[in-house]
Unconditional design. Structure first.
Length: 306
């Protein structure tokens, strides 16, 4: 395994940006935002490689906040593509950012990439991006080259999704949350076909006998605190999230109608519950195992199924 580092030297950062970066919530780079606003007011802003508020003023690299699950690897191009707020491409061969482009070439789409997840469609050479969170309930497909070919297709979505891909299908699941703010959810799911470009199944879960909605936290208390992976030999999704105040594993059963969410008994010591675990539960076909990483644990958790 080779790790690619995307360093950004913090030495020249202004105090304004240092303070905003340490605030615990997303804020733009003040200096870059000033350049962006000046060009926007003057009518000279260009959609490609011009200034925007989601990049660092000193080296033009993207800010690290709110990337969510929007980064995907494109094998044929050997690129890392990030579809959040802007469309970013990073060349692993050149070790450099090679393109940044406004969504639909419009500065008005600034928040259309909040709370995103993305997947690469190898048949069409497209990155499919779902925008969820902050009231954005749509998801879109973006050709890598952008520009005139930029077509944004509705996929569908919910606030605060766990997501997983198996074959030519993408599954999104919003774990249950008690009514609170915009992040409350009764537990909705959808299954999206890459070939048909539509939802082929969607609905609201039913609960197993040992589970109910009040077992879950209020919506905003557990922000980004869920992860999901499909286990083909079991025909189940494993879901990691907070239940009754602690991290627990659940199984989401797509063979019932509607889908059923149940408790899942996993032997051994359980990981500490944590926020920001989206996409950190991964199934490895060759190992027939799953891994989970959290900010609270120094090691990677490995769960062998055979």
């Amino acid at each position: 395994m080779e790790l690619e580092q995307l360093p950004s030297d913090p030495t020249p950062w202004s105090m304004a940006y240092r303070n905003s970066a340490a605030s615990g919530s997303f804020t733009p780079c003040v200096e870059s935002d000033a350049e962006f606003r000046a060009r926007l007011d003057a009518g000279t802003l260009q959609p490609i490689d011009d200034w925007y508020w989601d990049e660092l003023y000193w080296d033009r690299a993207p800010t690290a906040r709110h990337l969510y699950s929007s980064a995907v690897y494109v094998p044929g191009r050997n690129e890392l593509v990030i579809a959040v707020r802007r469309f970013w491409r990073y060349s692993l061969a050149r070790h450099a950012w090679i393109q940044k482009r406004l969504i639909n070439d419009s500065p008005d789409q600034a928040m259309a990439g909040s709370g995103t997840y993305a997947y690469y469609d190898e048949k069409t050479d497209e990155v499919l991006m779902g925008g969820v969170g902050d009231g954005i309930y749509n998801a879109f497909a973006l050709p890598l080259d952008g520009g005139a070919r930029s077509r944004w297709h509705l996929i569908g979505g919910n606030d605060g999704l766990a997501d997983s891909r198996d074959g030519r299908f993408i599954t999104g699941f919003a774990p249950p949350a008690q009514t609170d703010f915009a992040y409350a959810s009764p537990g909705r799911y959808y299954r999206y076909s890459l070939d048909e470009r539509r939802n082929v199944d969607a609905g609201e879960i039913q609960y197993g006998a040992d589970l109910q909605r009040t077992d879950f936290p209020r919506g905003y208390e557990f922000y980004d605190g869920w992860a999901m992976a499909y286990v083909p030999q079991l025909e189940r999704y494993w879901v990691a999230t907070r239940v009754n105040g602690a991290m627990q594993f659940l199984e989401l059963d797509p063979t019932t109608s509607p889908w059923t969410l149940r408790r899942l008994v996993v032997p051994g010591v359980q990981p500490a519950w944590d926020l920001i675990i989206s996409r950190k539960l991964v199934y490895w076909p060759r190992l027939k195992a799953l891994t989970l990483t959290t900010r609270s644990d120094a090691n990677v958790w490995l769960y062998r199924l055979e």
